[in-house]
Structures are given as C-alpha cells and as structure tokens.
Design a protein around this ligand. Sequence first.
Ligand SMILES: Cc1cc2nc3c(=O)[nH]c(=O)nc-3n(C[C@H](O)[C@H](O)[C@H](O)COP(=O)(O)OP(=O)(O)OC[C@H]3O[C@@H](n4cnc5c(N)ncnc54)[C@H](O)[C@@H]3O)c2cc1C
Length: 323
Amino acid sequence: MEHFDVAIIGGGPIGIACGLEAKKKGLTYVILEKGPIVNSLFNYPVNMQFFSSSERLEIDDVPFISKEAKPKRSEALEYYRRIATSNELNIKLFEKVESVSKTNQNFTIVSNKNKYNSQNVIVATGFYDLPNLLKVPGENLAKVSHYYKDPHFYAGQKLAVIGASNSAIDAALECWRKGSDVTLIIRGPEVGKRVKYWVRPDIINRIEEESIKVFYNSTVKEITENEILIDSPKGPIRLENDFVLALTGYMPNFNFLKKIGIELSKDDKKLPKYNPETMETNVEGIYLAGVICGGMETHKWFIENSRVHAPMIMANIVSKKKA
Ligand SMILES: Cc1cc2nc3c(=O)[nH]c(=O)nc-3n(C[C@H](O)[C@H](O)[C@H](O)COP(=O)(O)OP(=O)(O)OC[C@H]3O[C@@H](n4cnc5c(N)ncnc54)[C@H](O)[C@@H]3O)c2cc1C
C-alpha cells in the first residue's frame, strides 16, 4: 500500500490547490478524483459564465487569462487542467473514495480501485453531486433533470424550469433564446437577489414582456409524462409539459462526512465541525477544504474565498510534522 503525508479527496479547483501547496511544501500527496479533472466544472452547463472575474479564480498565483473579465466554463477547464498537467500533480482520476478509517495516527483510504495509507486526509468533495430533491411524484421520470447542460436539447419543447437563482435563470434565458416555450416556477415572490447583476434585468424584462412565463409563490406538486401540476396562489394549475429542469440547488454528501466521523451542527445548516484557523475537523488529521465547509449554506463558500484553505492546511500539517 502506498503511503503519503496527505491524501486529498476531490480534484476540484480547491483539491488541486491543496495538491500544489503540498508539493511546494515538500509533502508526499495524492489527489483522488472520482471523475475527470475538475469534475464539477466539467458538468456545468456548456455555455456557463462564472460570476467571478478570472483573477479571483486563480490558484497559487498562476495567472488566469480569459477573453472577457468573467471566464467561461471552457476557459476554466483549460486553466485548471493545464495547472494539473504542467505541475505533474499526482492525481488519480476516475477513482472514487469509498471509505476512510483511522488506526492509531494513520488513515486507510479505500477507493473503487485501490487502497492508500496517509498521515492526513483532506476532504475537498464540494457539493455538486447531490441535488436538493423536490420530493414529488414523477420526479424520477426521464424528462426531469437536476442538471442543465445544453439549450439545443429543449428547442421547440415546453420546458418548466424550477428555481430562482443563477442556474435556473441562466437555463431559462438560454433555452428561451433557442426556441423553448419556458415557464419558470419560483417558490418565493421574486427572481433571486443573488442572480448575476448583468443577468437579472434580462430575465425581469423577458418576464415583463411575457416571453417567459412565471409562477411566483408557487411549487410543483406532481409531474407526469405530459403535464405538471403547480400549487399557485390562484389555486392548482395543470400545464402541458415536455421537460422539467429542477434547478433547486445542491448539497454536500453529509452521509460520507458522518461516516468518517465528522460532526455536523444539529440545525438545518448541517455545518461540519472544523477549526477555522487550521481547517482541521473534530477528527485529528482530517481537514476540510473548499465549498464543502458551508454545509447547507452553499452560497457562502466559492473558489474565490476558499482557495486560501490550501496554504492554511499545509502550514498546519508541516508544523505538526516538525513538532
Ligand atoms: C453553476 C455554478 C457556478 C459557480 N460559479 C462560481 C463563480 O463564478 N465563482 C466562484 O468562486 N465559485 C462559483 N461556484 C462555486 C464553486 O466554484 C464551485 O462550487 C467549485 O467547484 C468549488 O470547488 P471545490 O474544489 O470546493 O469543489 P468541486 O469543484 O465540487 O470539487 C469536488 C470534487 O470532488 C469530487 N468528489 C466528490 N466525491 C468524491 C469521492 N467520494 N471520491 C473522489 N472524488 C470525489 C468531485 O467529482 C469533484 O470534482 C459555482 C458553482 C456552481 C454550481
């Protein structure tokens, strides 16, 4: 079994930042990623544009040059892939970590392909794998998706988009522009306040001119092959429907965190327990990095403000090694 100073679970932007920092500090490390490099970004909508400007997505001060101030998904893939390959990071792809167990001061990490031994573990698994489910009949029909990829697919179709934040609004606008008949279903009274400032006026105008239909203060009660049933302030409404994009957010894998011993707050936020100065959790030797730190508060952490986790963690690991 290979032995490392640190095993990093997740090869997203922050897992990669951790690998770079470990390398710089002369630590032995491995990054285990269940998909391709920056798998979450790979699965974002094909035309997605970040709300952050490119310099705020930089890791380890490597310049990120993009055509516009705010980069596109394809530019971010290029940037993080180049960082991983040109630094020859020790990253094992398509390798899903299934368990982490501790014996004395060592961890055994078991993936679907291999077993590793490590002094420390960093969990940088993000939140994009598990969608917040609607929990209504019909949600598991093939026409329903919690991930949006490409507007071409929905051209000429009656599309219901559920949600009021960036993902839902981007999808509604793009699909309408490619010829979908779009209805937005929003639980609250308005389009989300955090929608990108240059996109919000666009969707408001499309709603006001009735190009995109909207039901505010409404929830979906049932989805069938040809219809959706909406609970609206005007009472129940049935709409003809071909496809549903339920873009109501995502959540970290809490079962995985609990299984490896990390305590979560008892309230709805489910905040994992960690020391904000070192990022070490209640399990000595296990650290958290990236957006996973926010529990259900998935809007609190971004690449922008969580890239600092990498140097904080490595400084702590190095100081413990010296002690
Ligand atoms: C649509 C969208 C737009 C966003 N735009 C911005 C933006 O403009 N600016 C910004 O700063 N942030 C933005 N964010 C937030 C942030 O960029 C992302 O959440 C970012 O990917 C977080 O990086 P991360 O490394 O913490 O997690 P992730 O990128 O999610 O990486 C986690 C990785 O862990 C892997 N993984 C999970 N479980 C396992 C396992 N058991 N074994 C092995 N690997 C595993 C996943 O495959 C994934 O690659 C956006 C998020 C979304 C969803």
